[in-house]
Ligand binder design. Structure first.
Ligand code: SF4
Ligand code: FES
Length: 568
C-alpha cells in the first residue's frame, strides 16, 4: 500500500483518500470545520491547512515543499508525501483562522445549546488565543426562525456552508443560501421558503457551532448532562441507527448514529421527533381493570396482582385464546408472548398486528430513504411467528375473530405512537370476549379491555428489530420503564410464571436470543448486528485513575490492600 507521513508518522492510505481522511483514519487530529464525509469538499474554512512536501519526479524525486499551505481536506494523498499540521507555519494559520472566526462571534457559550459539543469551543481551547485583540464594534447578526423546527442564530455562524450544501446535495430542496458579502454575509432561506423538508433536522447536527438550533431542544438541557444510548429507530421500518440522549429518566433528543450500511449520517425528522409520546401526560402508566378506570389504585403492586389474576381467570374460561403481536414490538417480546400463549393454550392463535403504511418510500438525491412502513419490526415478528406455525396477518385475524366463537380470550398488544385501533378491530373483538390489552396509549380499546397492562416503549427496553432490508439489529434500553410499565416480554414471563406456579424470571434480551437460537431460530444468534460505538462517541469526562498499593502501581483491585480482592 502507498504511504504518506503525517506529523512524523508513516501511514498507509488507499488511493483517492485526501490527507485529512488519512489523518482521521489514523487518529491524527487536524482541525476542520467545512469538511464533512457526506458532503462535497469546498475547502472554505481554511483551518485544516498544513505544510506539504512531496517528491518531485523532475528533480530525482527529491522532497520539495509546496509553496503555500494547502487544505488537507481537498488535497489527495500521494505516495511519499510528508505533511506537517503541527509545524510553526501550520499552527500560526490555525491560530489566525480561530482569531478571525471569533472576531464577530458573540462568545455566548453560557446560553448556547451547543456548548459542550461545539467545534468552535474545542478548537478555541486548543488552537485559539487566550485574549482577543479586537477592539472595534462586533457586527451584529439577527436571530431567525427558518421555519419548521429550526432556528438560526446568525452571529454564531462561521460560514462553513455545511447546511447549504446539505439542502442542495442530500435533500435536493435547496432552501438555504448565503446572502450578503464579506463580513456581512449570512445564511438565510430563499424568500418565501421554509426549512421544513423531512430531513431538515440534520442541519442542526451538521452545524459545527451553535448557529442552527432545534426548537424542541432549545434551552432544555446542558449537553454534558445527557447520556447517549445506542438504539434503533423504533417507529418506522428504516432500522436507522440512533442515539437516544437522556437524563434523569427522561429522553431529551434523538441523534443519528453513523452506520454506512443503513442510514449513513442522517435520520428523518419523523424519527428525530418520534419519542414525544413517551412522556405525554395522557400515557396510562398503571394497570387497570375494566370499569375501574376512575378508581384510584392506592397500592399499585396490589392492583398489578389483581390485574394479573383477573387476566388469568378470564383466560381460563375455556375455548381458545388468540394473541395479536404488534409489529412495534421486538423479536424478544414476540417470542415470549407466543411462548406464553402456547403455554396457556397449545392451540392459541398467533397473529401479527396491523402494519401501518403511509404512501411510498421516499428516496432523496443524497441516497437517504424515508420508509413508508411505519413499524420497526413487522419482519422480525413474522420471523418469530413463523417458528410457531403459519403467520396470520391482521386482516385475516380480524376475520377470524368475527367468525370463530371458540376464541374466548384475546391478548392485544399495541405500542404504536398514536391511535391505531380501528372500529373494524373493535367490532371483531366484540363485547363478550375477555380482553387483555398491553399498550402505551389510551386508545379506543383502553376502556373496553378487561385488563389493561401498561407497556414499555422501545427506549425503555432492550431487544432486536428487523428492518425493511431484513437486517436484524439489537438495541439497548435507554431509560428505566416509566412507573409500572413493563416490556411485553416481561408481562408475558409474569403471566406464564403464574400459570406454571413458579417465580417469573427477569427478562434478558441476550438470553432470549440464545433461547430462540437454541429452538432453531439461529439467525437470532448469528445474524444480529449489535451497536458499534466509537470511543469518541462515548467520550467520558472522567479521567482514568491509576490506583496504587504501597507505592506500587496496580492495574486492578480496590487498592485498599485490606479486603484481599484480586482486582479481577
Ligand atoms: S449555520 Fe452552521 S452549518 Fe450553516 S454555514 Fe453557519 S456554521 Fe456552517
Ligand atoms: S476543512 Fe479544510 S478548508 Fe475547511
Amino acid at each position: 500500500m502507498p504511504t504518506i507521513t503525517i506529523n512524523n508518522r508513516e501511514l498507509e492510505f488507499t488511493e483517492g483518500q485526501t490527507i485529512l481522511e488519512v489523518a482521521i483514519d489514523h487518529d491524527i487530529e487536524i482541525p476542520y470545520y467545512c469538511w464533512h464525509p457526506g458532503l462535497s469538499v469546498v475547502a472554505q474554512c481554511r483551518i485544516c491547512l498544513a505544510e506539504v512536501w512531496q517528491p518531485n519526479p523532475r528533480n530525482d524525486n527529491k522532497l520539495e515543499p509546496l509553496p503555500k499551505l494547502v487544505p488537507t481536506c481537498q488535497t489527495p494523498a500521494s505516495e511519499g508525501m510528508v505533511i506537517h499540521s503541527d509545524s510553526p507555519k501550520a499552527v500560526k494559520n490555525q491560530r489566525s483562522v480561530m482569531e478571525l472566526l471569533l472576531i464577530n462571534h458573540p462568545v455566548d457559550c453560557p446560553v448556547c445549546d451547543q456548548a459542550g459539543e461545539c467545534y468552535l469551543q474545542d478548537y478555541a481551547y486548543r488552537y485559539g488565543r487566550a485574549e482577543s485583540r479586537f477592539e472595534e464594534e462586533k457586527i451584529k447578526q439577527p436571530k431567525k426562525d427558518l421555519g419548521g423546527d429550526i432556528l438560526l442564530y446568525s452571529d454564531r455562524c462561521i460560514m462553513c456552508t455545511r447546511c447549504v450544501r446539505f439542502t442542495k446535495e442530500v435533500t435536493g430542496t435547496s432552501e438555504l443560501m448565503i446572502a450578503g458579502r464579506g463580513a456581512h454575509n449570512e445564511i438565510d432561506v430563499f424568500p418565501g421558503n421554509a426549512l421544513d423538508n423531512p430531513l431538515a433536522g440534520n442541519v442542526v447536527d451538521l452545524c459545527p457551532v451553535g448557529a442552527l438550533l432545534d426548537k424542541d431542544f432549545l434551552f432544555q438541557q446542558r449537553v454534558w448532562f445527557l447520556t447517549s444510548t445506542p438504539s434503533i429507530d423504533g417507529i418506522t421500518a428504516s432500522g436507522d441507527n440512533i442515539f437516544v440522549q437522556h437524563n434523569d429518566g427522561a429522553v431529551h433528543r434523538i441523534k443519528p448514529r453513523t452506520n454506512m450500511d443503513v442510514n449513513t449520517w442522517w435520520i428523518s425528522d419523523e424519527i428525530r421527533h418520534g419519542w414525544s409520546h413517551i412522556h405525554t401526560e395522557t400515557r396510562p402508566l398503571m394497570p387497570h381493570l375494566r370499569g375501574e378506570l376512575e378508581a384510584p389504585q392506592a397500592d399499585a403492586a396490589e392492583a398489578w396482582q389483581d390485574a394479573r389474576d383477573a387476566g388469568l381467570a378470564g383466560l381460563e374460561q375455556g375455548g381458545h385464546i388468540a394473541v395479536m403481536i404488534s409489529p412495534m414490538l421486538s423479536c424478544e417480546d414476540a417470542w415470549h408472548l407466543a411462548t406464553m400463549a402456547r403455554a396457556i393454550d397449545p392451540n392459541a392463535v398467533l397473529a401479527l398486528g396491523p402494519v401501518p403504511v403511509d404512501g411510498d418510500d421516499q428516496t432523496f438525491p443524497g441516497g437517504y430513504t424515508i420508509r413508508a412502513e411505519k413499524a420497526p419490526n413487522a419482519r422480525g415478528v413474522r420471523r418469530v411467528l413463523a417458528h410457531f406455525g403459519d403467520v396470520i396477518e391482521a386482516p385475516a385475524f380480524e376475520q377470524m375473530l368475527s367468525s370463530d366463537d371458540t376464541i374466548k380470550g384475546v391478548i392485544i398488544t399495541g405500542n404504536y405512537p398514536s391511535e391505531w385501533v380501528t372500529p373494524h378491530l373493535t367490532a371483531a373483538i366484540g363485547d363478550e370476549r375477555f380482553v387483555l390489552l398491553m399498550d402505551t396509549m389510551a386508545t379506543a380499546l383502553f376502556e373496553r379491555a378487561d385488563v389493561f397492562m401498561p407497556a414499555a416503549t422501545w427506549v425503555e427496553k432492550a431487544g432486536t428489530f428487523e428492518n425493511a432490508d431484513n437486517r436484524l439489529q439489537s438495541f439497548e434500553g435507554a431509560i428505566e420503564s416509566v412507573q409500572y410499565c413493563k416490556s411485553e416480554a416481561q408481562i408475558a414471563l409474569d403471566l406464564q410464571a403464574d400459570v406454571e406456579g413458579c417465580t417469573a424470571p427477569v427478562f434478558n434480551d441476550a438470553a432470549t436470543r440464545q433461547a430462540m437460537a437454541d429452538a432453531g431460530l439461529t439467525a437470532m444468534r448469528d445474524d444480529v448486528h449489535h451497536p458499534i460505538v466509537t470511543q469518541d462517541e462515548l467520550e467520558s469526562d472522567m479521567d482514568l485513575v491509576q490506583l496504587s498499593v504501597g507505592g506500587q502501581q496496580t492495574s486492578g483491585g480496590c487498592g485498599s490492600g485490606g479486603c484481599g480482592c484480586s482486582g479481577d
